[in-house]
Design a protein around this ligand. Structure first.
Ligand code: CO
Length: 487
């Protein structure tokens, strides 16, 4: 599972307010969700074009950002917009996200003003953060306004603000209420002689600088012409900590609504005895939603036999791991198995992959483990008792003592030069070539004290304490311990 937060804003072409509002909100999201990659997208094509042409700055629109996340293998995306309300820009964003919901897990956080509690939190946070109006002063907030019915949010916002401070008015540049509404309200309170103007928009961009605080025709100029003393706050809502906190909270709801990805456990099943599993291995097997067991097409199905002791109706999947040397065939099988596991993890399932012995010792499981981990999913290995430890235990002998080194040698591969390295040796998976190994050890004078164990701790176990006496070949799970002395 690769997870990202896409922070979607209308955008602004003013770098300073961009930093203080949009980037600051994105940073708050990154701080609150440290395991998540936070990306940026703007909904305003006009602003994206302007930033590219003027500053050479490339900013994705929603479609581009989602496309890139998908290409990079992200599977879970929480989208948090910094829009003030559920209006046109927000709906445009929802429509752009729609096709991606088919291929990725996507959840969308609410805009700033959604629930009643959001209005209360904004009213509270804003009045604490903005300069407090003096007794003969009104605080006038300039919202953007929209022909969308979401515009009614401004009236509700004003209502909530006035519950805390009567001398707060909300109006909009492009919707209702307007500057004329403000004038009518102010006219009803002749004691008010001054106004504070502040944007009720995420950024302090064009509208704040020009329509609100600019020259002729601006709200400041108009109100001054009416005889009010006017001062302006050129700070966007994104600079207010309570506003950023609310976006983080809304994003948290989106994050929590995303299906939790599962986890892959590589469980060491030990040498074959169903009592030689760790307590952790047993717990993980029992708690898993799906247990996967390698299917080597062999008659033994050893891991399967071990698993049967501990399974309780969980789904079990046999994984084909062909025992051939053809890299392409083997890789294709691992890719298929990893893909199957990732799909289960995306559904939030806990997957236990049971492997014989210990997963870190010559186990095909690790090829699958690495593939799944590379995709960004949670993985964990539960160690198991290795077969050579079980064999040494069966033989009542040590593997190494004092200064003796221990060499683990996969006997099915060429290992001539390793025989001359001093130290005790374990030859694993000798199988059909075991009599050749016997001959080689005899030539090297290493046969004395060498022992063989086949199918250690399993029902068909065979122990040959004196390997030199062995006459006939053995099966795949055969292991020879040869003592090679101290260094
Ligand atoms: Co505008």
């Amino acid at each position: 599972m690769k997870k990202a937060i896409l922070a979607v804003s209308f955008g602004t072409s003013y770098p300073d307010t961009l930093e203080k509002t949009i980037a600051a909100t994105e940073q708050a999201l990154a701080a609150a969700f440290p395991d998540w990659e936070v990306r940026r997208a703007f909904t305003s094509g006009m602003i994206i074009r302007k930033l590219r042409q003027r500053d050479g700055l490339r900013i994705d629109d929603v479609n581009q950002a989602m496309h890139r996340l998908e290409e990079e293998g992200f599977t879970h995306v929480a989208v948090q917009s910094t829009h003030v309300m559920h209006g046109e820009e927000y709906e445009k964003m929802l429509a752009q996200l729609e096709p991606y919901r088919l291929r990725m897990q996507v959840r969308v956080g609410m805009p700033l003003l959604h629930a009643e509690s959001d209005y209360a939190a904004v009213a509270d946070g804003l009045l604490k953060w903005l300069p407090q109006p003096e007794p003969d002063e009104a605080l006038v907030l300039m919202g953007h306004g929209t022909p969308h019915f979401a515009n009614a949010a401004y009236a509700q916002m004003e209502h909530m603000l006035q519950a805390q401070c009567e001398r707060v008015l909300v109006a909009t540049v492009e919707g209702y209420p307007t500057l004329d509404s403000v004038r009518q309200q102010l006219a009803k309170h002749p004691a008010i002689r001054k106004v504070i103007l502040a944007p009720f928009m995420l950024v302090a961009g064009d509208h704040a600088r020009n329509d609100m605080a600019g020259g002729e025709g601006s709200w400041k100029a108009e109100l001054e012409a009416d005889g009010y003393a006017a001062r302006c706050v050129l700070q966007g809502l994104g600079e207010c900590p309570a506003v950023r906190a609310l976006f983080v909270e809304h994003c948290r709801q989106a994050v929590q609504a995303l299906p939790q990805g599962g986890k892959l456990w590589g469980v060491g099943g030990g040498p074959g005895d169903s009592e030689l599993l760790t307590m952790k291995a047993v717990r993980v097997l029992r708690q898993a939603d799906v247990v996967m067991v390698p299917d080597t097409n062999g008659p033994e199905k050893t891991a399967l036999n071990i698993a049967r002791h501990y399974l309780d109706g969980q789904e079990m999947i046999l994984v084909r791991t062909p025992m051939v040397r053809d890299r392409a065939v083997v890789d294709a099988a691992y890719d298929a198995a990893a893909g199957q596991i990732c799909a289960l993890l995306d559904q939030g399932k806990q997957v236990a992959f049971l492997t014989l012995g210990d997963p870190t010792i010559y186990s095909t499981y690790m090829y699958i483990h690495e593939r799944v981990q590379r995709q960004g999913y949670a993985v964990e290995i539960v160690p198991g008792v290795p077969s050579f430890c079980a064999a040494a235990a069966r033989l009542n002998t040590s593997l190494c003592q004092g200064s003796e080194p221990l060499l683990i040698i996969p006997a099915s591969h060429s290992h001539e030069e390793l025989l001359d390295v001093p130290g005790n040796k374990v030859f694993m998976k000798s199988g059909k070539a075991i009599l050749e190994l016997q001959e080689t050890l005899r030539e090297k004078g290493m046969l004395d004290g060498a022992a063989m164990v086949e199918n250690c701790t399993m029902d068909n176990e065979r122990v040959v304490p004196d390997f030199s006496q062995m006459q006939e070949p053995s099966g795949y799970f055969s292991l020879v311990i040869a003592k090679g002395g101290s260094v």
